[in-house]
Design a protein around this ligand. Structure first.
Ligand SMILES: Nc1nc2c(ncn2[C@@H]2O[C@H](COP(=O)(O)OP(=O)(O)OP(=O)(O)O)[C@@H](O)[C@H]2O)c(=O)[nH]1
Length: 312
């Protein structure tokens, strides 16, 4: 029987069959071949084949992973392996805030790049729009918009913008990705009042989230105006989003404003875009076509990918 993984740990998963029944399932055999080398064998959104337990219809075994349309991954530094956050997504929703926790544009850049690399449509969701906005944030928002990224502004607290967000999520499978404390669980609670996911204030000491959601979980929202329901994966908040599966030398291809310039410099593909005369990327930075902060973002992320050392 075909079913979808809603959530789970390394050996027990909540799996939903097409009739809506949710079973606890373990993986038959040692490991799924496709998951070798990964931190976790399956992610919410994965489609699997299940064999129902003869003695207990509420349990079963996962015998097969069905081909994935895409998978959203980050590098797990502690586990030293790629971690599957969600599979088969229509939309990667990168949640950010003007403050509490502080606005971290590089976190957003990294998540957008990982989504683009997997050909998952990204969306920037600015939560906590009730808090004072800052000029740096507005400038970056304008730049992302110019690059073609869709932006929705909401407040889980006041409800502002939630109708726009709900309409955008209807009929799709989306994942909320963001630093701990940006309000991913609060947003889900606001979108579906039947949910009461645990949320928590920021740590007084560091002004960061306290990692309340520790594992990913897929939720179906009640059908909206279109009659279709939204499926949303709440992913655990992370302090740092480390890219996976992207080579440092290819990084510029995932910066939308750089992609077309790659290979056009006087030094061709051997240009480092750091100091060479005739570098089209540097010329674009000087001309203001590439935002200085995006260029710095590219430099930092490239260094991280080259050295395997991460500073923020
Ligand atoms: N001012 C304001 N605070 C919010 C808003 N949404 C959430 N918060 C607060 O932000 C804090 C963190 O919210 P959570 O929903 O737990 O954040 P999270 O992103 O799910 O965090 P993790 O589970 O750690 O990943 C809580 O104190 C919420 O009350 C909002 O729109 N405005």
């Amino acid at each position: 029987m075909e079913a979808m993984v809603l959530g789970g740990t390394n050996n027990t998963f909540e799996v939903e069959s097409q009739d809506g029944m949710v079973r606890l399932c373990s993986i038959k055999g040692k490991i799924l071949r496709e998951s070798e080398g990964y931190y976790n064998p399956l992610a919410p959104g994965d489609r699997v084949s299940v064999e129902v337990d003869e003695h207990d219809p509420k349990r079963g075994q996962i015998i097969n992973l069905l081909p994935r349309k895409n998978h959203f991954v980050r590098w797990n530094q502690k586990g030293k392996s790629p971690q599957l956050l969600a599979s088969n997504l229509d939309l990667a929703v990168v949640v950010t805030t003007p403050a509490e926790p502080p606005f971290r544009p590089r976190f957003v850049d990294r998540a957008l790049i990982q989504a683009d690399a997997e050909r998952i449509e990204p969306l920037i969701l600015l939560n906590k729009s009730d808090l004072p906005q800052d000029p740096d944030l507005e400038e970056r928002m304008e730049d992302w918009k110019r690059l073609g990224y869709e932006i929705i502004r909401v407040s889980a607290h006041t409800g502002d913008g939630l109708d726009v967000l709900a309409a955008r999520l209807e009929g799709r499978l989306s994942a909320f990705v963001g630093q701990s404390g940006v309000g991913k669980s609060s947003l889900l609670n606001a979108l579906d009042t039947r949910l009461s996911l645990r949320t928590a204030g920021l740590s007084a000491k560091y002004g960061r989230g306290t990692h309340t959601t520790t594992r990913g979980m897929l939720f179906h929202l009640p059908p909206g105006e279109s009659g279709k329901s939204a499926s949303i994966i709440d992913t655990p908040g992370v302090r740092r989003f480390v890219l996976h599966g992207i080579e440092a030398r290819d990084l510029a291809l995932y910066f939308r404003e750089m992609e077309a310039l790659v290979g056009t410099c006087s030094w061709g593909h051997s240009c480092t875009h750091e100091h060479e005369p005739g570098c089209k990327i540097l010329e674009a930075v000087y001309a203001g076509v590439i935002h200085e902060q995006r260029y710095e973002s590219w430099q930092r992320i490239r260094d991280e990918l080259e050295t395997g050392r991460w500073t923020d």
